[in-house]
Design a protein around this ligand. Structure first.
Ligand SMILES: NC(=O)C1=CN([C@@H]2O[C@H](COP(=O)(O)OP(=O)(O)OC[C@H]3O[C@@H](n4cnc5c(N)ncnc54)[C@H](OP(=O)(O)O)[C@@H]3O)[C@@H](O)[C@H]2O)C=CC1
Ligand SMILES: O=C(O)CCC(=O)C(=O)O
Ligand SMILES: [Mg+2]
Length: 475
């Protein structure tokens, strides 16, 4: 079955039922060490996870690690250009849950991202990146503890599908001519626009299927959160990219108000309902004026549309959501992408789950991680219906590779997410406790050390931080 790897001789397989993992006490879990700082981070992570499982279950549960290869390490073992060998894909498919370090992607040419390839091959459509503050973590922000968001990033499409044509190639040329001469003139709203002949072209597909299954996961997550965090914000640049990013927003609202009708209210619906609650005699048009900025300047047709919307909302949900009942529902709103970057800094406590398309989520998860302590504290999970791969938000940080100084926190916290996903909460809690203890004791790696006041000198090495986390399990 495998060309160059051998699974552990002990251990059992994780299986999936209805999108949920069924985990034995001795699961076999494949891991990819990763390029660059993966060489430092992975051993630290494995040590912490093993110690937590041993400490929590006293030998009754144990992970049987299965080393599989990707990136530079894979090429060393399997040969040139064998970045993602079949062995690795077979093992992940077979065992269902995997964890990985970061993998390098060249810029401007060369292979396409192995990280993205894994997400697409296993249809891991939800990239889940919690950005929450750990007490005592230094941050450049005044109130990092106010940010507690989970980025739910669509993980399989958008520009990450990687359908592009390089400038100057025959196909790029052909496509540009076809667009300029046929498709653009055939679309009235494009007017006389033309694409420059020396352009590279990339395609940005955003599907209803991809958008709605991501938003579904985000709303399901909101249902599991405490009442005050039951909010999903659809992030998009729909004012500019109307039929991709704008459609993502519309499909998100459509899903929330159909499949989750009884448990969701949209922000706009909440305005309509509360306007009527404050003034039961309000006419439909007065309500519409309060909901739609600039209503009075609209055309008669547009005004009629807004009034119909107000009437429609009251007819559909006044009974079930009115008289303040909407306040107990999941609030679904939307924000334009540039605005959300400032909002998470200026009004962090107003947000909870940020449902995004692929590119926006990539940007936003780094930015949110920075607020709560940096990329050293940014975990993540790629979740599908029959497989999950856990990995940090950050990349290979090549300048720190092999120096035993990088912060392993993000991959360790990705391990915490994995343990929670497996239902091994006791082990996950020990690690969280250990991280909290190490940080509040100022036992930290360089990245956190330099932000602390006063700065910590000397900082702990990567391996020492792992040991410090273990030492603080039982504080
Ligand atoms: N999922 C994946 O595997 C990902 C892979 N990549 C790939 O990684 C490579 C390098 O990308 P790059 O843009 O440099 O981004 P990186 O995320 O690798 O690193 C950028 C900077 O972030 C900080 N940082 C990253 N990881 C940590 C950590 N564990 N602890 C503390 N600080 C950290 C460091 O800042 P400082 O030096 O200031 O301390 C580092 O120089 C590229 O090939 C890219 O494609 C990128 C993202 C995700
Ligand atoms: O795959 C890569 O190289 C980058 C991916 C990335 O930045 C991410 O998923 O956050
Ligand atoms: Mg990224």
């Amino acid at each position: 079955m495998y060309e160059k790897i051998t699974p552990p001789t002990t251990g059992s397989k994780i299986t999936f039922s209805d999108g949920k993992p069924i985990v034995p006490d001795d699961p076999i879990i494949p891991f990819i060490r990763g390029d660059g700082t993966g060489v430092d981070i992975w051993p630290a992570t494995e040590k912490v996870i093993d110690a937590a499982v041993e400490s929590a279950y006293g030998g009754k549960r144990k992970i049987n690690w299965f080393k599989v290869y990707a990136g530079d390490e894979a090429c060393d073992l399997y040969g040139t250009y064998q970045y993602l060998p079949d062995d690795t894909l077979t093992a992940i498919k077979e065992y269902g849950i995997a964890i990985k370090g970061p993998l390098t992607t060249p810029i401007g040419g060369g292979i396409r991202s192995l990280n993205v390839a894994l997400r697409q091959i296993f249809d891991l459509y939800a990239c889940v990146r919690p950005c929450r503050y750990y007490q005592g973590t230094p941050s450049p922000h005044k109130n990092p503890d106010k940010l507690d968001v989970i980025v739910y990033r669509e993980n399989t499409e958008d520009i990450y599908l990687g359908i592009e044509w390089r400038e100057g190639t025959e196909l790029a040329d052909k496509l540009i001519h076809y667009l300029n001469e046929t498709l653009i003139p055939a679309t009235k709203e494009h007017g006389k626009k033309q694409i420059r002949l020396d352009s590279g072209i990339g395609i940005k597909p955003i599907s209803k299927t991809g958008s709605q299954r991501l938003v579904r996961r985000a709303i399901e997550q909101a249902l599991r959160l405490p009442k005050n965090k039951q909010k999903v914000t659809l992030v998009h640049k729909g004012n500019i990219m109307k039929y991709t990013e704008g459609a993502f927003r519309d499909w998100g609202y459509e899903l929330a108000t159909s499949e989750f009708r009884d448990v969701c209210v949209t922000e706009r619906e909440s305005w309509i309902l509360s306007n009527k609650e404050k003034n039961p005699d309000l006419t439909i048009e007065e309500n519409a004026q309060q909901v739609e900025p600039g209503y009075n300047a609209l055309t008669a047709e547009k005004k009629a549309e807004i009034c119909a919307e107000v009437q429609g909302v009251l007819d559909a949900i006044w009974e079930t959501h009115g008289q303040g009942k909407w306040k107990d529902k999941i609030m679904v709103d939307d924000r334009i992408a540039d605005s959300i970057f400032q909002q998470i800094q200026t009004r962090p406590d107003e947000y909870s789950i940020l449902a995004t398309m692929n590119l926006n989520g990539d940007y936003l998860s780094d930015a949110a991680a920075a607020i709560v302590g940096g990329l050293g504290m940014g975990p993540g999970a790629n979740i599908g219906d029959t497989c999950a791969i856990f990995e940090a938000t950050h990349g290979t940080a090549p300048k720190h590779a092999g120096l035993d100084r990088i912060n392993p926190g993000s991959v360790i916290l990705s391990g915490v997410m994995m343990l929670e996903y497996m239902g091994w909460q006791e082990a996950a809690d020990l690690i969280k406790k250990g991280i909290g203890g190490a940080i509040s004791n100022r036992e930290v790696t360089y990245d956190l050390a330099r932000l602390m006041d006063p700065p910590v000198h000397p900082p702990l090495k990567c391996s020492e931080f792992a040991q410090a986390i273990i030492n603080h399990f039982k504080d």
